[in-house]
Design a binder for this molecule. Structure first.
Ligand code: PEP
Length: 251
């Protein structure tokens, strides 16, 4: 009932030429993939050119961040409508690297999420606890605060335009994946929170992705969990063959 999403976050990697070459290879590798939404998130400068290459393919385009204002004196920022204009259907919001290095908070995540939805984008909203928080048994309270703050004031009719990505910070780029059971436990908790925030049908329909060192060899186990509806992939999304293998988890 929930169509899985496999999204690749390219972070600050690849020139325009490298991005175009990668999606040319990727789109033919996944041309016959069915029952999965495949999304790539290149750097801003490559979006429009990558969009040209993706025309007619089953690969969708995401940005890695956005601002919440439509236009104005906000030097350096990019509005959701401009991402749409560049061909994006999705935008990643609140990635832990933005929270850690660029002062992203639940308040700004909320503003960006509302603005993205208003512009017709699907918001991939990231949450996740640090290692210290997990070790001090604060995982659930951290996730609850991030979900409540990030989704504050958003109505149930907007919820289909949201995908949650659970990314334990200690598993991002470290090679340490949460076990299938650890991930499932938090995904169940998030789905319960979504039911409390909106209602049960919204929770049943919400895609909740796992992120943190997802690779071709661990994706199947994760995807076999009942509440894991896809993956947000960093490192392993940078090569067409490994990302295509992950996007073929159901083949
Ligand atoms: C990410 O950047 O969202 C991520 C999960 O990275 P990695 O797969 O490299 O851990």
């Amino acid at each position: 009932m929930r169509i899985p999403v496999i999204a690749g976050n390219w972070k600050l990697f690849k020139t325009i030429g490298e991005s175009v070459a990668m999606v040319q290879e990727l789109k033919s590798l996944v041309a016959n993939n069915q029952g999965v939404e495949i999304v790539v998130a290149p750097v801003f400068t490559a979006l429009s050119r990558v969009n040209d290459v993706l025309q007619g393919s089953n690969v969708m385009l995401a940005a890695q961040d956005c601002y919440w204002e439509e236009e104005g004196a906000f030097t350096g920022e990019v509005a959701p409508a401009l991402l749409k204009d560049a061909g994006c259907s999705h935008v990643i919001i609140g990635h832990s690297e933005r929270r850690q290095y660029f002062g992203e908070t639940d308040v700004t995540v909320n503003k960006k999420t509302r603005a993205a939805i208003a512009a017709g984008l699907c918001a991939i909203v990231c949450v996740g606890e640090s290692l210290a928080e997990r070790e001090s048994e604060q995982t659930f309270s951290v996730i609850e605060t991030q979900i409540q703050g990030g989704l504050a004031g958003i109505t149930a009719d907007a919820a289909p335009h949201i995908v949650i990505a659970y990314e334990p910070v200690w598993a991002i780029g470290t090679g340490k994946t949460a076990t299938d059971a650890q991930a499932q436990e938090v995904h169940t908790f998030i789905r319960q929170l979504i039911a409390k925030t909106f209602n049960q049908p919204v929770a049943d329909a919400m895609r909740i992705l796992y992120g943190g060192s997802v690779k071709p060899d661990n994706v199947k186990g994760l995807m076999a969990q009942p509440d894991i509806d896809g993956a947000l992939v960093g490192g392993a999304s940078l090569k067409a063959d490994s990302f295509a293998a992950i996007a073929s988890f159901n083949a």
